[in-house]
Design a protein around this ligand. Structure first.
Ligand code: FAD
Length: 273
């Protein structure tokens, strides 16, 4: 289908994008366009104004910043996958990026667009949630930082204000201290039917779930069981606790719960071995 008509502006900086978002029109940022444009073509989104931030090349980077790795929101999956710094200091982000879609998607899609789009089937939000990543957000009131968990508003809904831009994502340096991202899909280039991220950090294990509810989720029952000294296989049995997986043409909710338990066990065995 053809999208409804819209105005189009190119942002020259983050501040300019914030200003354009405040124009009074129903405006949306455009990054890689791989999630927004399909929604517009289906007329599930009908913004009056598209603010193109895709040319802000200074928002594409992976750099060391003290204890964290700073990732520009416009960094594309292909660059994340290839980043030597990420491979050494936070390998789960590089590995997850290599599992997103197909090469064309990985060359266009951005990590910031994925976080702001808040699709529960997307890979990046789950991995960032497991890592306790922090977002740097710019709006009319200046800059603020918030945990990625607080940026999820609901199914395909960000909790960022409509006039806010996400320029940077900060992840901890985990080194190769134990991690896994187990993604189950019917074809290699598909979204996850279910996926599980496990990271050994802060003296325990953090576990994130993809496509098990309205947003990416933490497997709180699993983390609690592990903290109580339960072995990984037994802890994984609690993976579906507190989740509400969808039933669709790929899998029933019940099958997704089964997958969550199996993938969590595999992810924990790898991350904690
Ligand atoms: P856009 O589509 O440009 O924007 C998405 C939303 O985020 C919009 O609402 C936009 O306004 C907002 N936004 C964008 N950037 C910012 C910012 N910096 N600050 C604030 N708001 C912002 N994803 C997966 O995770 N796994 C997959 O396996 C997968 N497979 C795919 C297969 C296909 C065929 C396609 C087309 C897409 C697939 N995707 C997959 C989604 C893809 O990764 C998207 O590109 C990504 O999720 C969104 O990034 P984008 O740069 O394209 O965002």
């Amino acid at each position: 289908m053809i999208p409804a008509t819209f105005d189009y502006e190119v942002a020259e900086s983050v501040d300019h994008a914030v200003e354009l978002l405040g124009s009074g029109k129903d405006a949306k940022l455009l990054a890689g366009g791989h999630s927004l444009l399909p929604l517009m073509r289906l007329r599930l989104a009908r913004p009056e104004l598209l603010v193109d931030i895709g040319r802000l090349s200074d928002l594409s980077y992976v750099r060391e910043d003290g204890d964290a790795i700073a990732i520009g929101a416009l960094t594309r999956y292909r660059d994340l996958e290839q980043s030597d710094l990420l491979r050494a200091e936070c390998p789960i982000v590089a590995s997850m990026s290599g599992l997103v879609g197909d090469p064309q998607v990985r060359h266009r899609g951005t990590i910031g667009g994925s976080v702001a789009h808040t699709d529960p089937a997307s890979d990046a939000p789950t991995v960032l949630l497991a890592l306790d990543a922090e977002l740097v957000v710019n709006g009319p009131g200046g800059e603020r930082r918030l945990p990625v968990a607080e940026s999820f508003g609901g199914f395909l809904q960000t909790a960022l204000d409509p006039q806010e831009v996400l320029p940077e994502i900060r992840v901890p340096k985990t080194g190769d201290g134990g991690w896994a991202y187990e993604k189950f899909n019917r074809r290699a280039q598909d979204w996850a039917t279910v996926a599980v991220a496990a990271v050994r950090m802060n003296g325990g294990a953090h576990v994130g779930l993809t496509n098990m509810g309205a947003t990416a989720l933490r497997a709180a029952g699993v983390e609690e069981a592990l903290a109580g000294g339960v072995d990984p296989a037994a802890a994984a049995e609690r993976a579906a606790e507190g989740t509400s997986p969808p039933s669709d043409h790929n899998a029933s909710g019940e099958y997704r719960e089964h997958l969550a338990r199996v993938l969590t066990r595999r992810a924990l065995e790898q991350a904690l071995s």
